[in-house]
Design a protein around this ligand. Structure first.
Ligand SMILES: [Zn+2]
Length: 255
């Protein structure tokens, strides 16, 4: 079985096609942020296997990094049980805030909250953002892989509660933390490291509110692409008490 089949990833051909679609999208004259789009367009267009652009929004580089990262984690996360924890920050960002959003500061703040909660476990995860159509705003969240112990989970519940102490979202029940078993590591970890924001749409069915994730489009897609490119892989990956190899250095290696 080849590695691609093993991880159920997009093939190299599909990654190339998706990248071509991103380039086509960035060329659309009807879209705003011309300067940011052009800069990103040139960067992605100048990405070659021997000189990769390392952008999280380049499908080819992202695919290579995800394969490398997953190979590493699957190999190293095998000596105890793990859980996947999602912590959602309901203090949403509107487009204007997002343009000036400082991920490093945000990650540091989250890091200190975890440390102050007294967590000693090693944690690896990924920062993510979803655009919520019903409130026209971005909700930041972290997906984390943690050792399966009740103390760490309890501390993370406190962290999630404190982050959301002052957030206001009328009419929506807040679920700031979601704890899941790691039953299917390859599938769950590859989903965790997507490096791509999505749009959340909500709908009602038989009086109940449901949500669904779809691809971003238009202005929000431009904002997300430009911003995620600036963040870079190393800022998007969250590490606590753990040292990882610099995966972007390995992008040239054959995977
Ligand atoms: Zn690239």
């Amino acid at each position: 079985m080849s590695k691609n089949q093993y991880f159920n990833f997009e093939s190299i051909r599909i990654a190339k096609e998706n990248k071509a679609n991103t380039l086509k999208f960035l060329r659309k004259e009807s879209l705003p942020y011309l300067a940011g789009r052009c800069k990103l367009l040139h960067k992605l267009a100048a990405c070659y296997p021997m000189e990769p652009c390392f952008s999280p929004v380049c499908h080819e580089c992202r695919r290579k990094l995800r394969v490398t990262l997953l190979t590493y984690l699957i190999k190293h996360l095998n000596d105890c049980n793990y859980r996947i924890v999602t912590i959602i920050d309901y203090n949403y960002l509107i487009d204007e805030d997002f343009k000036f959003f400082d991920l490093k500061k945000y990650q540091n703040n989250f890091y200190h909250r975890i440390r102050n909660a007294g967590i000693n476990s090693q944690i690896i995860g990924c920062f993510e953002l979803d655009y919520h159509q019903d409130i026209n705003a971005w909700l930041p969240h972290f997906h984390l892989i943690i050792p399966d112990d009740t103390e760490t989970i309890g501390c993370l519940r406190t962290v999630a509660r404190n982050i959301n102490k002052h957030s206001i979202r009328k009419g929506v029940r807040k679920r700031p933390i979601l704890v899941q078993k790691l039953n299917d590591p390859i599938k769950q970890i590859s989903y965790l490291f997507k490096f791509m924001p999505q749009m959340v749409i909500s709908y009602k069915y038989q009086g109940k509110r449901y949500t669904r994730k779809i691809s971003l489009k238009g202005e929000q897609k431009v904002i997300a692409l430009v911003k995620f490119d600036r963040f870079g892989f190393n800022s998007l990956i969250f590490k606590y008490g753990i040292r990882l190899p610099d995966f972007t250095k390995n992008l040239n290696r054959k995977s």
